[in-house]
Write a protein that binds this ligand. Sequence first.
Ligand code: NAD
Ligand code: UDP
Length: 327
Amino acid sequence: MRILVTGGAGFIGSHLIDRLMAQGHEVVCLDNFYTGHKRNILKWLNHPCFELIRHDITEPIRLEVDQIYHLACPASPVHYQYNPVKTIKTNVMGTLNMLGLAKRVKARFLLASTSEVYGDPEVHPQTEEYRGNVNPIGIRSCYDEGKRVAETLAFDYHRQNEVDIRVARIFNTYGPRMLENDGRVVSNFVVQALQGQPLTVYGDGSQTRSFCFVSDLVEGLMRLMNGDFIGPVNLGNPDEYTILELAQAVQQMVNPSLQIDFKPLPQDDPRRRKPDITRARTHLHWQPTVPLQEGLQLTVEDFRARMIEAAQNGTERAKQEQPISPA
Ligand code: NAD
Ligand code: UDP
């Protein structure tokens, strides 16, 4: 099949592309490189079945594809709050454009939605029936409400235009290739630990999250795309940890003598989050397989390798920039 992955140069998108390429599909990666990076897809650039298009999805585009995995949207609060109006445009106009494309070419369309549609949930764990507790005017709204509209658009295109949709509500996902500076909790703690800096826990660290390793998530997305169940379906790991427990796990893994610093809790930070994955188990026969310790270890190794490479490149560049001494 010819498969379009929007946001394919990003963290989840690039892991998904690795799997699709390994299966022998033709893959079109569409990205504006806002938070994505060419190095994530470097190994495919010269492959005859791979095509990279630099494009912003807020502008229309004409392509011929069979399936669309629609992932383009910054996912970390630091990035999506940097330009909130752009985040809304990406979620609303961008999703509209991609649904229009799906309608024109009759492609199956999978939306990467989020657990953030549940806001600061009053129901625990969160089932797909729960309608959420979202602040419409807060600093997270550009993302939360943006994704809620994206879901609405998907279901309206489905009802009105018979577009074949799939909707995944992704919970916190982590793993190799997360950006070092994206401000999300796993990447922050791992970078801080590897640099020997204190781990920054926001609030008292009693808020909870459930962390899904990226390979598990990608498997869930592909099962959803290729099955009959439309969704919405929660994809996440139901093992719930407090943020302080996560900090302690990273501390134990990297350097037990690291300090933990407590910082103010950001506005509208959800108190608890844990997916009920009954639907995914029932309809997709899917559940996560990688435990936190194992996934964290793989993540730490990836960040360590990238930091060593960056340091070596820095030394090389410094050497090259040395003024040539007169003979
Ligand atoms: P990411 O920031 O690494 O990837 C997003 C990609 O989209 C980047 O490559 C970025 O350059 C691209 N992009 C952003 N705006 C664009 C635009 N206007 N036009 C074209 N490309 C654009 O994030 P990720 O963690 O890989 O997340 C992928 C998707 O999964 C997002 O839609 C996100 O909302 C969703 N999601 C992720 C998580 C998570 O924990 N990582 C949780 C819930 C939902
Ligand atoms: N967090 C933290 N220290 C950090 C970064 C984040 O304690 O250095 C907390 C944050 O306040 C939130 C949780 O970790 O309670 C998860 O944050 P992240 O930004 O990764 O994702 P989200 O809030 O979108 O789930």
